[in-house]
Ligand binder design. Structure first.
Ligand code: E4P
Length: 216
């Protein structure tokens, strides 16, 4: 399984990249707005740090396929690793069809059902992003959705890769990995949680004490 980082914060991206565990980045309009900086400027800085797919979303206010396509072409021009995030909807699917014919990579986002994922794959999406946490929040099962999508994609040999998104805790990542999902896009804080284990801390402390007792 590959790990992407789900943030537009340059410091977090740099720190996660230094760990050698991420090979891509996903952003969304909320994450970009949180940084309060120009979209292109942020994306260019990200591209200097991470040599892998970088998802940048069309503006939240862009709702028509033709406009999404125009904007997507501009996003694709920013860097060779750009992946254009398109929201799952009728107009989004139309845009994905055109962009896939033009060889522009797409990430269909806000996927909450297997039918949506199937349609996105058929339309030619490079990636689909099922949102686990937001489904869990409404008492539906995010991980069951990933299982359905993986089964369907594997059954038909779709090349569309599954990016497990809206990850809220390390167990989400493990469950996605068990299902063979291609990618999990994970907030920085969760990468930090994945590193931690109290027995590791106790072990390191004991090694230090035992060593110092004898060698000072
Ligand atoms: C994915 O690409 C999205 O940016 C993200 O995972 C959404 O997560 P959230 O539900 O925590 O906002």
């Amino acid at each position: 399984m590959k790990l992407f980082i789900d943030t537009a914060n340059i410091e977090e991206i740099q720190k996660a990249n230094d760990l050698g565990v991420i090979c891509g980045v996903t952003t969304n309009p909320s994450l970009i707005a949180k940084e309060g900086r120009d979209f292109k400027e942020v994306i260019k800085e990200i591209a200097e740090i991470v040599d892998g797919p970088i998802s940048g979303e069309v503006k939240a206010t862009t709702t028509q396929a033709e406009d999404m396509v125009i904007e997507a072409r501009e996003i694709a021009k920013i860097h060779k690793n750009m992946v254009v995030k398109i929201p799952m909807c009728e107009e989004g699917l139309k845009a994905v069809k055109i962009l896939s014919q033009e060889g522009i990579s797409t990430n269909v986002t806000l996927v909450f059902s297997a039918t949506q994922a199937l349609l996105a794959a058929i339309a030619g999406a490079t990636y689909v992003s099922p949102f686990l946490g937001r489904l869990d929040d409404i008492s539906a099962s995010g991980i069951d959705l990933v299982a359905d999508i993986m089964q369907i994609f594997n059954q038909y040999g779709f090349e569309t890769e599954v990016i497990c998104a809206s990850i809220r805790h390390p167990i989400h990542v493990i469950e996605c990995a068990r299902l063979g999902a291609d990618i999990a896009t994970v907030p920085y804080q969760i990468i930090m949680q994945m590193i931690q284990h109290p027995l590791t801390d106790i072990g390191v402390e004991k090694f230090i004490k035992d060593y110092q007792k004898v060698f000072g």
